[in-house]
Design a protein around this ligand. Structure first.
Ligand SMILES: Cc1cc2nc3c(=O)[nH]c(=O)nc-3n(C[C@H](O)[C@H](O)[C@H](O)COP(=O)(O)OP(=O)(O)OC[C@H]3O[C@@H](n4cnc5c(N)ncnc54)[C@H](O)[C@@H]3O)c2cc1C
Ligand SMILES: *[C@@H]1O[C@H](CO)[C@@H](O)[C@H](O)[C@H]1NC(C)=O
Ligand SMILES: *[C@@H]1O[C@H](CO)[C@@H](O)[C@H](O)[C@H]1NC(C)=O
Ligand SMILES: *[C@@H]1O[C@H](CO)[C@@H](O)[C@H](O)[C@H]1NC(C)=O
Ligand SMILES: *[C@@H]1O[C@H](CO)[C@@H](O)[C@H](O)[C@H]1NC(C)=O
Ligand SMILES: *[C@@H]1O[C@H](CO)[C@@H](O)[C@H](O)[C@H]1NC(C)=O
Ligand SMILES: *[C@@H]1O[C@H](CO)[C@@H](O)[C@H](O)[C@H]1NC(C)=O
Length: 498
């Protein structure tokens, strides 16, 4: 009796305080303009929960109505899975649930799912200039999707992923119960730290372990075109980037630009680094391990860790740190992303071939994020994220465009797929691995029908390798009727496998 009354009260308060009917003209919740087309179905309503009871009520109400619920925190899903649907749906929007409590004494923080990474970094910075957290580079990404899908950033080689530094969680399950790590058990806690929480429940908050950062860090950005020996340096990067000292993280970005010499198109390789130390030590390490880059003292800029967060997300020097509290995305564009893993260096003739194809395609950009260090020490089964030892780096394919419409969209999607096809001989195989947070519906879609286990295995083996089956087992136990579902959720075991 008391439960049903509290549900009704909660529902009422939802309808009074937090329901916004999604009007057909309002597209402000859309973060990828590819989904800002009239052909995309609009949500029936958006529930902006301001209390955990609103989450509980939304789940119970949707379950009785048989209605598809989409959970949204930062809304940065690359395929819009948190706000796009083929069937009638509503959005449970978590953005009001974003409190952050940092405790420097025990070097931990409780962070609600609707907070952004920028808010997390800012709240840590308010209390300490020698603590940080290993998570993504873009400050408007949401904690809910980012942490539950793995979460990596430029301290990954020293401290691993975000999920390697999560120590507790609060989750509302399919029965509307609020669970913590102890009451949900280790299997479910494991699943929601890398397996994508949206298959299991609604994450209300995570407890994270802060990491130590030095008072002074060093950043640099060095660019080399084909005319400046980019091919040799890119080749060399592949041999050293994952073996460098774990304090060094050098991201390599490859794109197509106009050559200042010839006026023709050329390839530019940009080396973008964070070093957890001062420039003297960096220069001496680079001189030993990667002299081919020719790094000079004048390339290096020393700053605090929080300033490096701003530098990495391209804010001009001197931008006030509280820009991290802004929830407005820095760029709003049409986009497509894909991912790959590199286990062996691409030979020089392979690089030449890829560079020629990139110059033909022009728009797609490749970003190489080095692994090794701490990433190689953590076993593949420790978290659902399986891409650990044996990887030189992850590659991201990024295509952005400004033109509206399906035709433009198909054109740029095709360019991205072509580059992905050209890369096939060089990247991981059986499975061709992929990163869950770089959501890519080309890898397979689940219709959540009788074939869902087999459909799930297509993308499941790429995102999770051997961990897929454990994710399915946990799912079968905690959400047997598959209430928490989406285009790439974890399915339940079919009866023929039980
Ligand atoms: C500009 C940009 C930069 C990025 N940079 C990085 C990076 O540096 N490192 C990295 O690892 N990734 C990066 N990503 C990818 C990003 O981590 C993922 O897109 C992540 O899922 C986004 O989380 P979100 O909460 O913003 O997204 P949402 O779209 O809100 O959610 C993504 C998924 O998580 C689910 N979800 C969200 N909140 C909850 C919750 N509270 N409980 C249960 N399920 C939930 C959603 O239903 C959806 O399936 C970047 C993405 C963008 C757009
Ligand atoms: C999304 O589409 C609508 C309708 O065409 C348009 O009014 C709006 O400006 C678009 N949003 C953005 C951010 O471009
Ligand atoms: C932070 O502390 C406040 C006050 O005690 C509390 O209301 C809030 O829920 C806490 N937030 C988290 C994420 O634990
Ligand atoms: C490119 O490499 C050649 C041969 O190793 C060297 O002579 C030349 O100085 C390099 N060019 C640049 C711009 O580094
Ligand atoms: C590159 O050159 C083309 C013409 O060849 C020009 O249209 C384009 O604007 C140039 N791009 C940049 C970034 O300068
Ligand atoms: C780099 O190393 C060489 C010898 O290996 C040394 O001569 C040179 O001074 C070093 N340069 C820097 C900047 O440390
Ligand atoms: C891309 O488009 C071209 C030309 O229309 C076509 O030949 C090719 O098969 C397409 N590639 C992919 C991967 O879709």
């Amino acid at each position: 009796m008391t439960t049903s009354i509290s549900v009704i009260v909660s529902l009422l308060s939802i309808f009074i305080q937090s329901v916004s009917l999604a009007s057909s003209s309002d597209s402000s919740y859309i973060r990828n303009l590819r989904f800002n087309e009239s052909t995309n179905r609009k949500p029936l309503l958006i529930i902006t929960a301001i209390h955990e009871s609103h989450i509980q009520a939304a789940i119970i109400c949707a379950k009785t109505q048989g209605l598809q619920m989409k959970i949204r925190s930062g809304g940065h899903d690359y395929e819009g899975v948190s706000y796009v649907s083929e069937v009638p749906f509503f959005i449970l929007d978590m953005f009001n649930l974003r409190s952050i409590n940092v405790s420097i004494e025990d070097e931990t923080a409780w962070v609600q799912a609707g907070a952004t990474l920028g808010e997390v970094y800012y709240r840590i910075y308010e209390k300490s200039n020698t603590h940080g957290f290993p998570a993504g580079v873009c400050p408007t990404v949401g904690v809910g999707g980012h942490f539950s899908g793995g979460g990596y950033g430029n301290m990954m080689r020293k401290y691993g992923l975000s999920v390697d530094n999560i120590i507790d969680a609060l989750l509302v399950d399919v029965n509307g119960q609020l669970l913590n790590r102890q009451t949900m058990g280790e299997d479910l806690f494991w699943a929601i730290t890398g397996g994508g929480a949206s298959s299991y429940g609604v994450v209300l908050a995570y407890k994270i372990k802060l990491v130590r950062v030095p008072e002074t860090v060093t950043v640099f950005r060095v660019e080399r075109t084909l005319e400046e020996n980019a091919t040799d340096i890119v080749y060399r990067w592949q041999q050293v980037a994952d073996k460098l000292h774990e304090d060094i993280f050098i991201r390599m970005i490859i794109d197509v630009v106009n050559s200042s010499q010839s006026g023709e198109k050329t390839i530019r390789a940009s080396f973008f680094a964070l070093f957890l130390g001062d420039s003297q030590r960096l220069l001496s390490l680079m001189n030993q391990s990667f002299p081919e880059l020719g790094l000079k003292q004048t390339d290096c800029v020393e700053m605090s860790w929080v300033e490096s967060v701003l530098y990495w997300t391209s804010f001009p020097t001197g931008t006030p740190v509280n820009i991290l509290l802004s929830r407005v995305p820095q760029v709003l564009t049409h986009l497509k992303r894909k991912s790959d893993y590199l286990k062996e260096p691409i030979p020089k003739d392979g690089l030449k071939y890829i560079f020629e194809r990139m110059i033909e395609l022009e728009t797609p950009v490749l970003t190489f994020n080095p692994y090794g260090g701490r990433m190689s020490e953590i076993p593949e089964s420790a978290k659902p994220f399986p891409h650990r030892a044996g990887n030189i780096c992850k590659i991201q394919y990024a295509t952005n465009w400004n033109e509206d419409g399906i035709e433009a969209s198909n054109h740029y999607l095709n360019l991205t797929k072509m580059l992905y096809a050209y890369m096939t001989p060089f990247v991981s195989k059986f499975p061709r691995e992929a990163f869950l947070n770089y959501r890519d519906l080309d890898l397979g879609i689940n219709h959540n029908g009788p074939n869902s286990y087999v459909e799930g295995a297509f993308y499941g083996n790429k995102y999770f390798k051997g961990n897929y089956n454990r994710l399915v087992q946990v799912k079968t136990k905690v959400d047997p009727d598959n209430f928490f579902r989406n285009e790439q959720s974890i399915p339940t075991l079919p009866s023929w496998r039980k």
